[in-house]
Ligand binder design. Structure first.
Ligand SMILES: [Zn+2]
Length: 370
């Protein structure tokens, strides 16, 4: 249904809940729209408003409260933080008087905005994470056996492709964001490991042939395609360290890796099971000789804002990928906690993050050959 947000075609007190997710800022007559929301909820009804950055029409919490008080909506529960929040309101039914006379110029299709904007809005993440990641255990495992720790981590960007920004950040927007396809090289004094193998990259193929071990963050084609399609597969298949889920598409006999929560692969390198984005998703913890710690997080987040704010991935993207959004939400909350300290959480596709870390010397640019 399409109708003006400030002239809702419903009788008064018809609903228990009106939910506006990233919508209010797009409506010219915001006060009128809020007044209509208040009118159509019952005496015990709720109006809930979600706002968040980087929506260009973001409405601050203080401003929302001012607007709501002008239409007889009283703030009740509040969730989230300064830059992404949900505020609920109740109605002051005793003194509230509906006022249906609205500006005729406000021919805004608020309801269809609601319909399209809701799946584009990120889910609210859990306040506390139930994702099991015990950093002390991981550190202990990383140093469980003697042996020199890795010296550095390199990143090879093998492809750039534009993606609709609305699918990454949510909100109604029509610009694109550049996704990079990446492979990581964990370098020891005398050998190296490869994490992720996008397809059609000679540099990645060369690295696969010479890697001591080959890992992936998960089984999507932009991470395993270089293995699945490789004409050198027989040459390196015995060095693949893949779980059953990750190895499903690999046309070679595999001895699948089975582990419960954590698994030590090599000195300083520990896998952390993180099913959610895909069933075979995992984090790769790396502790360097310098003491620096990295967490290669694959696609648990597509952009650093998804765990830094934290903000999550738009619902529609989770739905299209058939991912376990609830599990990913707990993982993002955990990555948010981790990234507050010295740990560097590195995701696969965020060009800006990778460029920053390369510029800072945290990651090496491109692969070293042996
Ligand atoms: Zn990916």
């Amino acid at each position: 249904m399409a109708a003006s947000g400030s002239q809702l075609p419903f009788r008064s007190e018809a609903f228990d809940l009106v939910y506006l997710a990233h919508v209010l800022g797009e409506i010219p007559d915001r006060g009128g729209a809020l007044r209509e929301c208040a009118r159509v909820i019952g005496p015990d009804g709720v109006v809930a408003v979600t706002e968040g950055l980087p929506d260009p029409d973001f409405i601050s919490h203080a401003r929302l409260l001012r607007m709501a008080s002008g239409v007889g909506l009283f703030p009740t529960e509040h969730f989230g933080g300064r830059w992404h929040y949900t505020q609920r309101f109740a109605k002051r039914s005793a003194t509230f008087r509906s006022d249906p006379a609205r500006s005729l110029s406000a021919a805004i299709v608020a309801l269809s905005l609601v319909a399209t904007a809701c799946p584009l809005s990120p889910p609210s993440l859990p306040d506390t994470s139930q994702f099991e990641l015990d950093l002390e255990v991981i550190r202990e495992l990383a140093n469980a056996e003697p042996g020199p720790l890795p010296e550095r981590v390199n990143v090879a960007v093998v492809k750039e492709s534009p993606k609709p920004a609305a699918g990454v950040f949510g909100g109604l927007r029509f610009d694109t964001v550049i996704f990079v396809w990446t492979s990581f090289q964990i370098v020891y004094a005398d050998r190296f490991l490869v994490v992720d193998a996008p397809p059609e990259s000679p540099a990645v193929q060369d690295a696969l042939r010479h890697a001591d071990r080959i890992l992936v963050t998960h089984e999507h084609p932009d991470h395993v395609g270089g293995i699945v399609q490789s004409r050198h597969l027989a040459e390196f298949s015995d060095r693949l360290v893949l779980t059953k889920e990750q190895g499903v598409g690999v046309p070679a006999p595999l001895e699948p890796l089975a582990y419960d929560r954590h698994h030590r692969v090599a000195p300083g390198v520990v896998l952390v099971r993180a099913a959610g984005h895909t069933p075979g998703s995992q984090l790769v913890y790396v502790q360097l000789r310098s003491g620096r710690e990295l967490m290669l997080a694959g696609d648990v987040a597509w952009h650093r804002s998804q765990f830094e704010l934290p903000r999550g991935r738009p619902r529609i993207s989770s739905w299209l990928m058939n991912e376990d959004a609830e599990a990913v939400g707990h993982q993002l909350r955990k990555l948010h906690e981790l990234s507050g300290g010295a740990m560097l959480v590195v995701v696969s596709h965020d060009r800006d993050q990778l460029e920053t870390y390369v510029a800072e010397g945290v990651l090496g640019r491109g692969f070293e050959t042996r």
